[in-house]
Design a protein around this ligand. Structure first.
Ligand code: HEC
Ligand code: HEC
Length: 596
C-alpha cells in the first residue's frame, strides 16, 4: 500500500477547488443512521440498543415494522434496488433488508467494527469502513461478497465514494484518506494549514471525524478541533467548559477538501448558536448543510456560501436527545432527525427563513419509539448525563460534555494537557471506560478516586467549569457498568493467542501478577516509570494497573501516551520481564493482548 501525506488542498478532489464550485461530485449515496425511502412515505432508522431497524410512516412517524438485524447498528444505506444495507458495528456483519417486505434477505461477515457505508455512483458496489480492524472493505452490492481495499487505518468511520475512489476519515487523529481503486492511499490532515481569523486552530488537533457530505461539489467532513496540548498562544479559559473571548478549547468544525479554511460556526455566548458534538451531516437546497450535535440536542443550518465565520450558522433546530443522523426529503422540504438517546425521530420543516437573527426552530413533530430497553433507567439516565453539554451546573458554556473526550464512553485517542486552577500540570491519555467498571476502582491513572461519584464531581468542578449543583452523580457508574463495552477483535491466529496467554500467565513473564482477574487488573498502584522517563513537571510516580479489555484499539498507550503501539509497550523500559523473549514470543504475547 502506497501512503503519502499531502498538505491539505494539494492534489485532492479536482472538482472542488473552491467552496462555491458549481457542479456535483460524481458520488454515490452516503449512509447514515436514518434514511427516507419509498418516495418519501417511509423513514427507516437504526435501533442500536435493540439491534434492530424500524420502519416509520413518514407522515405520522408511527412504527410500521421493526426488524431484528443484531449487533448494534449505527449506519444504514438505502440502495436503488430497494435493499437497505445495515452495518452491524458489534456483529461484524452487513445485513440486507428488503424495504418493501421488511425481510432480511442476506447477511455477510465483513470485518471487525463496520461503521460507515457508502455506495459507488453506479450502485454496483459499497464501501464499508471498519473501525476496529482498520480496514476499508469493498462489497459487491448484489452478493455482499467482501474484499479488502485498504488496511492499517486508525479507526476509520466516515466514508464516501467519489468516482472510483473511496474517501474515508479516521474517527480519531484527524486524517482523511483517499483510497484509489488500485488500493494506493493519499492521506490529508484535517488540521488547517491556515486559519486567518483564528490562527490558533492550526496548532490544534483535528479529531472525532464523524460524518461526510458530497453535496455542492465538495467533500466536507464534520469533526472537532481541540486544544489538547496547551501549546497555542491565544487567551483561553482555565478550564474546558468556559470560554474566553469566544475561544473554546473544543470547536465544532466542518472542513472541505481543497485548501479551504475549516468552517468554525459555533458561538458559546448563550445565544442560539451553541453547538457541541457534530456527528451527522446532510445537505439541502442550493447551499445549506445540516449538522446534528449529539451533546447540545440541536441541528445547525450552515450556509456554505457564507465567508463570514460569525454568520455561517443561519438557523438552529432544537430536537430530541442525542441527535445522531439526518435524512432530507428535498421534495417535501422536510428532514428527519434520529435522536438516538431517547429513541425518537423529529421531523423538521426546512421551509424557514434563515439568517443571522433566525430564532431557534422547534420540530414539527417528534415521536418516541416504544422499544423495550435492555438497560436500566439509571443507566439510561447516566448516558443522557454523559452526553449532555447543556446543563450549566455541569459545564457553563455548552462547550464540553463527558462524551466530548469519551465519545459514547469510549476514548478520543488523545493525550490531554490538563492544567486548571485545581488540577496541577499533567499529561494524561484519555482512557476508554470499558475498563472503568465498579469492580476496577480506584479510577484515574494515579488511582485518585475510589468511587465514581467523587470522580464525576471533581471532573465537573475542576475540569468542566461547572459547580456540580443539583447533579445526580450516581447514574454514571450504572451507565459504564451496563452500556459501555470494549471493542472486540476476532483472533486471527488462535494458536498464537493460546501461546501468548501461556506466556502472559507464566512465572517467567508474569504479566498476570498485575493484570489479573476478569478485567486484567489488580487495582493496585505500581512504580512503573524508569527515572529517566519522568517529566519533572508531571507529578506522577506510580500508576494504577489499567484493565486490558479492548486494549488493541487504545494506542497511544500508558498514562502519558508514550508508547504508540503494543510493540512499543513491550519494548518500553518498564517491561523488564519481556527482555528474554524471542521476536516470535513477543508476537504471541501481542496476539493474546489483542484478543482481550
Ligand atoms: C477534556 C477531556 C475530558 C472530559 C471532558 C472528561 N474526561 Fe474523563 N478522562 C479524561 C482523561 C484525560 C482521563 C485520565 C485522567 C487521569 O487519569 O488523570 C479521564 C479519566 C476518566 C475516568 C477514569 C477511567 C479509569 O479507568 O480510571 C473516568 C471514569 C472518566 N474519565 C469519566 C468521565 C466523566 C464521567 C466525565 C464527565 C463528567 C469525563 N470523564 C469528562 C478526559 C476527559
Ligand atoms: C508490576 C505490574 C505490571 C506488570 C508485571 C505488567 N504490567 Fe502492564 N501495566 C502496568 C501498569 C501500572 C501500567 C500503566 C503504566 C503507565 O501508564 O505508565 C501498565 C500498562 C500496560 C499496557 C498499556 C495499557 C493502556 O491502556 O495504555 C499494556 C498493553 C500492558 N500493560 C500489558 C502488559 C503485558 C503484556 C505484561 C507482561 C509482559 C505486563 N503488562 C506486565 C502494570 C504491570
Amino acid at each position: 500500500m502506497r501512503r503519502r501525506l499531502v498538505a491539505l488542498g494539494l492534489g485532492v478532489v479536482a472538482a472542488c477547488g473552491a467552496d462555491h464550485a458549481p457542479g456535483a461530485l460524481d458520488a454515490g449515496p452516503v449512509g447514515a443512521s436514518i434514511a427516507v425511502v419509498d418516495g418519501g412515505s417511509t423513514v427507516v432508522v437504526v435501533d442500536p440498543d435493540q439491534g434492530s431497524v424500524s420502519f416509520l410512516d413518514a407522515a405520522s412517524l408511527a412504527v410500521k415494522a421493526t426488524v431484528s438485524v443484531g449487533g448494534e447498528p449505527h449506519a444504514l444505506l438505502a440502495m436503488a434496488s430497494g435493499a437497505i444495507l445495515v452495518a452491524n458495528y458489534r456483529g461484524g456483519e452487513v445485513v440486507a433488508v428488503d424495504a418493501a417486505t421488511h425481510a432480511v434477505t442476506a447477511r455477510k461477515s465483513v470485518c471487525a467494527g463496520p461503521y460507515g457505508l457508502a455506495a459507488s455512483p453506479d450502485g454496483s458496489w459499497v464501501a464499508v469502513s471498519c473501525e476496529w480492524d482498520g480496514r476499508v472493505m469493498k462489497l459487491d452490492a448484489a452478493t455482499l461478497a467482501p474484499g479488502a481495499l485498504a488496511s492499517g487505518l486508525r479507526r476509520p468511520r466516515a466514508v464516501a465514494v467519489v468516482g472510483s475512489d473511496v474517501w474515508v476519515a479516521d474517527y480519531v487523529g484527524g486524517l482523511v484518506h483517499d483510497v484509489h481503486a488500485d488500493g494506493s492511499v493519499a492521506t490529508t490532515s484535517l488540521v488547517p494549514t491556515s486559519a486567518s481569523y483564528r490562527p490558533a486552530l492550526t496548532h490544534m488537533s483535528a479529531n472525532l471525524t464523524s460524518a461526510v457530505s458530497t453535496a455542492f461539489g465538495a467533500l466536507r467532513f464534520a469533526h472537532v478541533l481541540e486544544n489538547n496540548t496547551g501549546d497555542t498562544t491565544e487567551a483561553i479559559a482555565a478550564d474546558y467548559g468556559s470560554v474566553t473571548d469566544t475561544n473554546p478549547k473544543i470547536n465544532p468544525a466542518v472542513t472541505a477538501m481543497g485548501g479551504l479554511e475549516p468552517r468554525i460556526y459555533a458561538k458559546f455566548d448563550g445565544g442560539a448558536r451553541v453547538y457541541s458534538g457534530p456527528v451527522a451531516l446532510a445537505a439541502f437546497g442550493s447551499q445549506y448543510l445540516l449538522v446534528a450535535h449529539v451533546s447540545t440536542a440541536n441541528v445547525a443550518v450552515l450556509d456554505t456560501h457564507s465567508t463570514d465565520p460569525g454568520a455561517r450558522s443561519v438557523g438552529t433546530y432544537q430536537v430530541g436527545a442525542g441527535p445522531s443522523g439526518i435524512a432530507v426529503d428535498e421534495e417535501r422540504q422536510v428532514a428527519f432527525v434520529d435522536n438516538a438517546l431517547d429513541q425518537s425521530v423529529s421531523r423538521i420543516d426546512l421551509s424557514q427563513t434563515f439568517g443571522a437573527d433566525a430564532p431557534v426552530f422547534k420540530p414539527a413533530q417528534t415521536l418516541v419509539r416504544s422499544l423495550p430497553s435492555p438497560y436500566s433507567a439509571q443507566a439510561l439516565a447516566g448516558r443522557r448525563f454523559f452526553f449532555d453539554a447543556t446543563n450549566p451546573h455541569v459545564t457553563p458554556a455548552g462547550v464540553v460534555a463527558c462524551a466530548s473526550c469519551h465519545p459514547s464512553g469510549n476514548d478520543d485517542g488523545l493525550v490531554w494537557f490538563e492544567n486548571t486552577p485545581n488540577v496541577p500540570f499533567r499529561h494524561r491519555r484519555t482512557p476508554h471506560l470499558a475498563n472503568a467498571k465498579t469492580a476496577t476502582a480506584p479510577f484515574h491513572w494515579d488511582g485518585q478516586f475510589t468511587a465514581m461519584d467523587a470522580l464525576v464531581e471533581s471532573t465537573m468542578t475542576n475540569i468542566m467549569g461547572g459547580d456540580g449543583l443539583l447533579v445526580d452523580t450516581t447514574v454514571v457508574q450504572p451507565f459504564i457498568d451496563e452500556i459501555v463495552q470494549a471493542p472486540v477483535l476476532p483472533p486471527e491466529d488462535p494458536g498464537a493467542v493460546a501461546r501468548g496467554q501461556a506466556l502472559f500467565t507464566s512465572a517467567q513473564v508474569g504479566c498476570s501478577t498485575c493484570h489479573s482477574g476478569s478485567y486484567l487488573t489488580d487495582d493496585m498502584m505500581h512504580v512503573v516509570l524508569s527515572p529517566e522517563s519522568l517529566d519533572p513537571a508531571d507529578a506522577i510516580t506510580q500508576t494504577n494497573t489499567p484493565g486490558l479489555h479492548g486494549a488493541f484499539l487504545f494506542g497511544p498507550y500508558f498514562h502519558d501516551g508514550r508508547a504508540a503501539t503494543l510493540n512499543d509497550v513491550l519494548a518500553d523500559p518498564i517491561m523488564g520481564h519481556t527482555k528474554g523473549l524471542s521476536a516470535g514470543q513477543l508476537d504471541d504475547l501481542i496476539a493474546y493482548v489483542r484478543s482481550l
